[in-house]
Design a protein around this ligand. Structure first.
Ligand code: BGC
Length: 343
């Protein structure tokens, strides 16, 4: 179902696309930024909970600085020094995070109108034409992001891009989940599992050093599952640098597999994350500071968390990291799924 989501400051008409499956799960996405706006699930008590942070209409997304629900690219996460070399040519990007480039650096993908190219009851495909030089990256590329709501209560996000020349592509979704409901307060009491034996060490500016650190015996170990808050305040360098969890985990295995899960004891709502990508940024909303969201709720620190599937941050500068170079005519294609249940 297509409904009005407001008008941008430039006068563009923005739509909200709502999908509902047979068991009553509902999601809404918008052609402004290809953002995920709502995820409605019935909890253990029969109450409907909206489990992602978001804004009431497009004006919230226009003034957003937290990347709520955002589709991010050309290269999500950080590129050290805001520059890189490809085929002997140096490219300069915008430095928007210390001396580094974060989530594209400028003209963010979540601040543009995407074309709703294909729409039906269970999926929407958004198309963005990204020209040569966009954000400083070479190569024209058409980017397609498809959100599908399945009968298995999954939100499947499929990304597809074929660049006309060699370039970098690393797309992700930056939804903040709170399985007790977006208005319920912090996520510190919710349980998380991350299927990773190691994480990528990073410096004080969150740029990977290239070292892979075993999680064993550290607060970064989520393999057996624990509440987000159980060790977040431990005096550990990585947690000090990130102000909490804000790191890339090296997901175990390869191919499409489970990466993580999350559960709220309060509502009985659980979620499993699947991806075919090698890494995942687990970010606990450490920098949220009093932003007004849906239903007039004020979002504060750690009231939502992100599972951002990705190539490792700054991979372009690391020989031991895969990606994110995509050659001319090659198909960049990846899928990340968030599967929900209530018990
Ligand atoms: C980054 C955080 C950043 C956040 C923006 C995450 O992907 O790792 O450092 O603050 O995005 O909301």
């Amino acid at each position: 179902m297509k409904s009005d989501f407001g008008t941008t400051k430039k006068g563009e008409q923005v739509s909200l696309y709502t999908m509902k499956n047979g068991s009553g799960m509902e999601i809404a996405v918008s052609d402004y930024g290809a953002v995920l706006v709502k995820v409605l699930i019935t909890d253990r008590e029969g109450q409907v909970q909206d489990v992602v942070l978001g804004y009431e209409d497009v004006s919230g997304y226009e003034s957003d600085t937290l990347y709520l629900g955002a589709t991010l690219g050309r290269v999500a996460n950080r590129i050290r020094g805001g520059e890189f070399e490809l085929n002997g040519v140096n490219y300069t990007l915008t430095r928007n995070d210390n001396q580094n480039t974060l989530h594209g650096g400028r003209d963010f993908f979540n601040k543009r109108m995407w074309e709703a190219e294909e729409v039906d009851d269970s999926h929407v495909t958004f198309l963005l034409h990204s020209p040569d030089g966009d954000q400083g990256f070479p190569g024209t590329v058409d980017i397609r992001v498809t959100y599908t709501l399945t009968e298995e209560n999954e939100i499947k996000i499929h990304y597809h891009a074929v660049p006309e020349s060699d370039t970098l592509v690393n797309l992700t979704n930056h939804s903040y989940f709170n399985l007790s409901g977006h208005a319920s307060g912090t996520i510190l009491d919710q349980e998380v599992v991350i299927c990773a034996d190691v994480y990528t060490e990073a410096d004080a500016q969150s740029i990977p050093t290239g070292e892979l650190i075993p999680v064993e015996g550290t607060p970064m170990d989520f393999r057996a599952g624990k509440t987000v808050g159980s060790e977040i305040e431990v005096d550990y360098e990585a947690l000090r640098f990130g102000g909490g969890y804000d790191h890339n985990w090296v997901l175990n295995g390869s191919g499409y597999r489970q990466a993580a899960s999350m559960y709220s004891k309060k509502t009985g709502i659980g979620m499993k994350v699947f991806t075919d990508l090698p890494g995942m940024q687990f970010y606990t909303g450490n920098f949220i500071d009093g932003k007004e969201g849906k239903d007039g709720v004020l979002y504060e620190k750690r009231q939502g968390l992100c599972f951002e599937s990705q190539y490792f941050p700054d991979a372009v500068h690391k020989e031991n990291f895969e990606g994110p170079i995509v050659r001319a005519g090659a198909v960049y294609e990846t899928t990340t799924t968030y599967r929900f249940y209530t018990d």
